[in-house]
Design a protein around this ligand. Structure first.
Ligand SMILES: N[C@@H](CCC(=O)N[C@@H](CS)C(=O)NCC(=O)O)C(=O)O
Length: 218
């Protein structure tokens, strides 16, 4: 059976888990934190979470895993069938990751571990996130889903990218991103109300204490 390695607080882990649950694929969840030693490195070459173990071997990098899952498990597709719409879906996934999640992630140590906030980094993150928010505003339709009337990977990736963007946006910049982007607040509420999101959010809450203890012990 397919194995999903990672931990339930990881937003990238949750992107993959959401896709698997949506498709009804059976999988075993194996709890592992990043850089968990040589055995994990042999599965995920950068030591990052998540990775999956398949009948063919292991695969890391979330967008690559999501792409594989679409090809291997075509049921309940999460890419639009139309080639142009599929590519627009990939565009939004990439923008959410590169210009919202990744810049915000640079300030996670400030928010989670009380690390000092370096002014230059804060300014760089703010500039990139401003552009990322503008790009999402331009690309997303929220009618009611990101790309129109069906759930796609753009919704899943944006939902979990926003976890880190919201955390840092709120704590460091005192801003509510969803209030700045027309339609995003309603979309977030709709996404949060799905049974799969509710299960994942509950699993995240249940795993939070162990994750924070792991961080403290580092
Ligand atoms: N590019 C990776 C990013 C995944 C990632 O950053 N995961 C975090 C946990 S949420 C992690 O493993 N961090 C440890 C590290 O970067 O060394 C992907 O798309 O899967």
């Amino acid at each position: 059976m397919l194995k999903l390695y990672g931990f339930a607080v990881s937003n990238y882990f949750n992107m993959v888990k959401h896709s698997l649950l949506h498709k009804g694929v059976d999988f075993d969840e194996v709890t592992v934190y990043p850089n968990a030693g040589a055995d994990y490195l042999s599965k995920s070459p950068m030591g990052k979470v998540p990775c999956i173990e398949t009948e063919n071997g292991c695969l890391a990098e979330t967008s690559v895993i999501l792409d594989y899952l679409e090809a291997r498990y075509p049921q309940q597709p999460l890419y639009p069938a139309d080639p142009w719409q599929r590519t627009k879906c990939l565009e939004l996934m990439k923008v959410a990751e590169l210009y919202l999640e990744l810049p915000a992630r640079r300030l996670l140590p400030v928010v989670l571990a009380g690390a000092p906030a370096d002014e230059k980094t804060v300014a760089e993150v703010k500039e990139l996130m401003d552009k990322g928010i503008a790009a999402v505003t331009a690309l997303a339709q929220f009618k009611p889903y990101v790309l129109g009337d069906s759930l796609t990977l753009a919704d899943i990736v944006l939902r979990y990218a926003m976890v880190v963007a919201d955390l840092v946006g709120g704590a460091v910049f005192q801003r509510d991103i969803a209030a700045e982007v027309a339609g995003m607040a309603e979309w977030k509420a709709m996404m949060a109300s799905s049974p799969i999101s509710q299960q994942l959010d509950a699993d995240t809450n249940d795993a939070m204490a162990a994750f924070l203890a792991m961080l403290k012990g580092k």
